[in-house]
Ligand binder design. Sequence first.
Ligand code: M6R
Length: 614
Amino acid sequence: MCGIVGYLGNKEAYPILIKGLHRLEYRGYDSAGVALVNSSSDLKVYKTKGKVADLESYTKGKDVSGTIGIAHTRWATHGEPNNVNAHPHYSQSESLALIHNGIIENYAVIKEDLIKRGYKFQSDTDTEVLVQLIEYIKNTNKIGLCQAVQLALTQAVGAYAIAVIEKGNPNQIIAARKSSPLVIGIGDDEFFLASDATPIIEYTNRVIYLDDEEVAIIRRGEEVHIKTLANVEKTHEVKELELSLNELEKGGFPHFMLKEIYEQPKRIAEAMRGRINVEANSVALAGVIDNKEKFLNARRILIVACGTSWHAGLIGEYLLEEFARIPVEVEYASEFRYRNPIINKGDIVIAISQSGETADTLAAIELARNAGAFVYGICNVVGSSIPRNTDSGSYTHVGPEIGVASTKAFTAQVTVLSLIALTIAHLKGTIEPDRYQELIKELASIPAKMIRTLEVNAQIKDFASIFTYAKNFIYLGRGYNYPVALEGALKLKEISYIHAEGYPAAEMKHGPIALIDAEMPVVVIAPNKGMYEKTISNIQEVKARKGRVISIITEGDETVKKLSDYTIEIPETEECFVPLLASIPLQLMAYHIAVVKGCNVDQPRNLAKSVTVE
Ligand code: M6R
């Protein structure tokens, strides 16, 4: 949800900012803009509707000099995506320029007050209100920019990561955050700021993560100063990034999404590394072991998440209830946070998030912690807000996921949930030792089976074009594969814009069956495990109404093959691990259909990778 980037140093800022915007474009791509202070201390703003590439075309031949600048790529909240609503926003006198990621909820009240005081507004955004307020406070109180930002932000309700620069001052950036991410990179005589570390890693691996309601004063030739809004000095540990630059490139793949699908065997192995030991027949997840008593005594586990992470949570429910025998409820974080949920002493809340910045999940965590729950995070982005706001947790360790449609993060979340379930089950004795060993061995074999599963890519690519005609798809699965059906449907709709619904297969006859005709593709996850026979009956029901069945089957299953129009084979595995394999052909199917339809796979319309607003 909007990416912000800033630079202050000895190099030309513009190329660094543009490169940074490209890295952050996954956060939003409705418009892009840059503000620079040049050597004559002039403040210039260039911005345009569209992508970063459009900004580059727009600035061709213009003066983009300067060794200090800020830049923005937008996911529109207030005001349609157009040139005027693009960031950076000037203050009225054009002496300040500001970029913002977040939402200022009380912008209307502040705007009305400023209008009464003679301020004129150009845009429909909440952000412009902030820059005007800062200017108003600065001028009326005759104070410096930092103090004006501090005072303005005490009036702002909502979420923000901002950066401000001013005309006549090529030596200072003021940045601040609350509930939106902000990382400051510290190089040799140069500073960077960004929504995440990806624009920074090329130049330095030394970073500071700002906390909520903190302001960073970044000045040429000085250390970074951090203060609270109330002007209390803060010191922050400088952290070392573990990110590598080639993780941010497509590595020869046409899209990040395809690269990330193909990375799954390696990444899932990394998610298990040091946590699973087949020789010793053991699983040891530090976060769970360190909080053994809490997990052993847990009366209930509440899982909160959004989107794909919520689907992983549903699989977690099956895993934890089957093996650890703890009752589990899975909630959309956005519902949980507003419905006054009952949180009992002894409840554990598990928050799942790839980005670690999802606003609703963060709010659910805050609610749970205030109610006294022990909160455990499952997160991918190291140093993001969720791991910093939970009591304990596990990283998924899949490296940066850049395609907006989540793929490797999902399978890694399911892997970590499997490890949690097995660790607790073993500690509690709710699993037979032999069964525990079988499952450990099988889980360890999943990366190799994923490599075999990926061999279906050519087959899926071949038949994908047949289904581009479809306006609707149905996805069916039972048990562990019901969430897989939901996830398959979500992948298809978000990148190919084909409407798709996932259902527990048996629910079909309670309504959705009315939709089935000869035009309707029905994807059925039908491995030879669990409710295999019952799933076959559901396929028969679809065929009886002339639906076109695409089934995901276990290698060699001739029965379902005969009933289906298309079959995709996956290796045999334990029922509880089928989601780790079955989701791969569904990811590939969505990918190839979207590619044939000419959709922008990595940056689908209206979406952003990191949803930092409610
Ligand atoms: O970063 P998070 O896992 O918290 O994000 C949650 C959802 O926004 C995310 O999974 C979204 O649904 C993806 N676009 C799905 O592909």
